[in-house]
Design a protein around this ligand. Structure first.
Ligand SMILES: Nc1ncnc2c1ncn2[C@@H]1O[C@H](COP(=O)(O)OP(=O)(O)OP(=O)(O)O)[C@@H](O)[C@H]1O
Ligand SMILES: [Mg+2]
Length: 583
């Protein structure tokens, strides 16, 4: 790995970003050195003045001064371009790359991550890298290199005075570096507390209904207040800790001026140096420490931001996302019909307990295959695997004879209409929520699909009809209404393979019957998989697959299974008994 690639990985930069960072470092170095030019000019001016040599040199100093000003303006302009402007471009590139990557990463990645941790990585880390790559790092290295060059040249003038001016640099850096562990601890703790607080606030907003229903608000708020107070208290402590070390080191830097004056005074009185050298050193030290003062702050900021709050390791999680393998596959499909075949499929979510051990069955095109079994048996998992939301651990899944693990997930999705068990809606109008099924559908087509799913029943009653906003995740709709929108999406997409995961579970019996009629029109010639707990929903299926303990316990036509004394018959019997229950 070349050192440029190392920079790219460490700071999650694009190649252009790494180039810009190096440019920013070079321009910071040059612009720091250029800032010393006026000091040099002043030195010559004083020298000429003392030697009474000024006459005829006015033009030299005038041109010199103008040149200094122009150089300072030009280098500052270039530095600005290389840092600020390039950073904004790079931040845009990074966020787009990240979004593209997240689209392709398997869902298993999200299952293993805390979502608030991930959000903060995407939002906060991008911002941290933004400042780090544009300011902290190029400025720190620029200041170090330019100061080193100036320091070496000082030794040529007078090594004793150079030592008097420079001894403060390593000392102040050592102070900040030695506090590294403490600064990292403070920043880690602050991030942990902040995240706990943000999580608490989010959870509180999401669960406000349950908190009220259980009369648990007061207790919860007390806990939340504690978290907020802890953040506040620690923020003060962190600022103080930072201030003690950074300001302390900055004060030591200023001591350099005193030692130069002191040593210079003594050497001058002894006649070891001339007045001009003394004067020049005084002039230099007034400028020399300025970039260093910022650098000490930058160094502390780099140290504090270079640790992950949970692992404590120096790590940029963004790189973890960017280098995560994606689900790839061909974007061309060659299939023969739309039969879905599971063959000896094994799968576990977190490589501990396997949800599916050895599942083999076929859902034929033109038939309705019902998947039933106890709750937690893996029915929803089967639908997720068939649509490649997750990749299986062993066995194969084929659609129309092609192995789905070789097909690009987005391409594969064009074959599926899925009504999920947990409906997700967007804070948009009913019309747009249904249009998600097929983005190029006309309003007329959307409404036709919505009517098939009996959405008109409630949409007509809403103030703005189809154009009514439905709140975050459809919070202004009932469970059955949400489900009907989700069914309308499937109607609109009209794909050759249909998955209905408890699609009609929240509907009343009348509505369920009406929608099932519409569904039976939709599903002609298609491969349909229905997942349901209600036996009446699956009674008309062509084939029933009973999933239990990670394997197919039974499969066959409903009549065949009823005749057998197995799981299906037992489930049907207990539901019939339950229907007769009275409270
Ligand atoms: N994202 C996930 N990460 C880890 N484990 C999961 C995840 N989703 C489901 N599981 C686990 O996998 C098992 C099967 O879940 P699945 O949702 O497939 O069951 P199901 O048969 O659809 O149940 P139900 O009838 O209640 O909907 C359960 O034990 C569940 O805890
Ligand atoms: Mg389920």
């Amino acid at each position: 790995m070349s050192w440029k690639e190392k920079i790219q990985h460490k700071y999650a930069l694009s190649e252009q970003g790494a180039n810009d960072m190096i440019k920013a470092f070079l321009t910071a170095t040059v612009s720091n050195i250029v800032l010393m030019f006026p000091v040099g000019l002043l030195y010559f001016l004083v020298e000429d003045y003392l030697n009474d040599n000024l006459s005829g040199r006015g033009v030299f100093y005038l041109v010199g001064s103008i040149l200094c000003l122009v150089l300072i303006a030009v280098t500052t302009y270039i530095q600005y371009n290389c840092t600020f402007l390039a950073t904004y471009v790079e931040s845009g590139v990074r966020r787009i790359t990240l979004a593209e990557k997240l689209r392709k990463i398997p869902l298993s990645f999200f299952g293993k991550k805390d979502l608030s941790d991930l959000t903060s990585t995407i939002m906060a880390d991008c911002a941290t890298i933004e400042t780090a790559s544009s300011h902290y790092i190029p400025e720190l290295f620029g200041a170090c290199v330019s100061t080193a060059i100036i320091a070496v040249s000082l030794f040529f003038f007078d090594w004793r005075m150079a030592l008097a001016a420079l001894w403060v640099l390593p000392v102040s850096f050592l102070i900040v570096l030695s506090a590294g562990k403490f600064l990292r601890y403070l920043s880690r703790k602050q991030m942990k507390l902040k995240m706990a607080c943000a999580d608490g606030i989010q959870e509180c907003l999401e669960t406000v209904r349950d908190l009220r229903a259980n009369d648990a608000q007061e207790n919860y708020m007390a806990g939340l207040e504690k978290k907020i107070k802890a953040v506040e208290k620690h923020a003060v402590a962190a600022e103080l800790g930072n201030a003690v070390f950074v300001s302390g080191a900055q004060m030591i830097l200023k001591l350099g001026i005193a030692t130069v004056a002191l040593v210079g005074g003594i050497l001058l009185s002894k006649g070891s140096i001339d007045l001009l050298t003394f004067f020049m050193f005084l002039l230099l030290v007034s400028r020399l420490y300025d970039p260093m003062q910022f650098s000490l702050q930058n160094l502390a900021a780099i140290i504090a931001s270079s640790s992950n709050p949970f692992t404590g390791r120096q790590q940029i999680p963004l790189d973890e996302i960017l280098s995560h393998p994606v689900q790839s596959g061909s974007t061309e499909m060659k299939y023969d019909g739309y039969d879905i075949a599971f063959s000896h499929v094994g799968f576990s979510y977190d490589s501990q307990e396997s949800v599916l051990k050895d599942v083999t069955f076929t859902a034929k095109q033109g038939e309705v295959t019902a998947l039933i079994g106890p709750s937690g048996g893996g029915k929803t998992t089967v639908s997720r695997l068939a649509s490649r939301f997750w990749d299986i651990d062993k066995g194969t899944i084929t659609v129309g004879g092609m192995d789905i693990s070789k097909i690009d997930p987005e391409t594969l999705m064009s074959l599926y209409s899925i009504v999920f068990q947990d409906v997700t809606l967007f804070n948009n109008t009913i019309m747009e929520n249904i249009r998600i099924g097929r983005s190029d559908a006309t309003d007329k087509e959307v409404i036709a699909a919505a009517k098939l799913a009996h959405c008109d029943e409630f949409a007509d009653k809403l103030p703005e009809g189809w154009h009514t906003m439905i709140g975050e995740n459809g919070s202004e709709l009932s469970g059955g209404e949400r489900q009907r929108i989700s069914i309308a999406r499937a109607f609109l997409k009209d794909a050759p393979i249909i998955f209905l995961d408890e699609a009609t579970a929240s509907l009343d019996v009348d509505n369920e019957t009406l929608i099932q009629e519409a569904l039976s029109r939709l599903i002609q010639d298609k491969t349909v998989m229905i997942i349901a707990h209600r036996m009446r929903t699956v009674a008309d299926a062509d084939k029933i697959v009973v999933l239990k303990d990670g394997v197919v316990a039974e499969e066959g036509a409903p009549e065949e299974l009823t005749a057998k004394d197995g799981v299906y018959r037992h489930m049907a019997k207990t539901q019939l008994q339950a229907a007769g229950w009275k409270l």
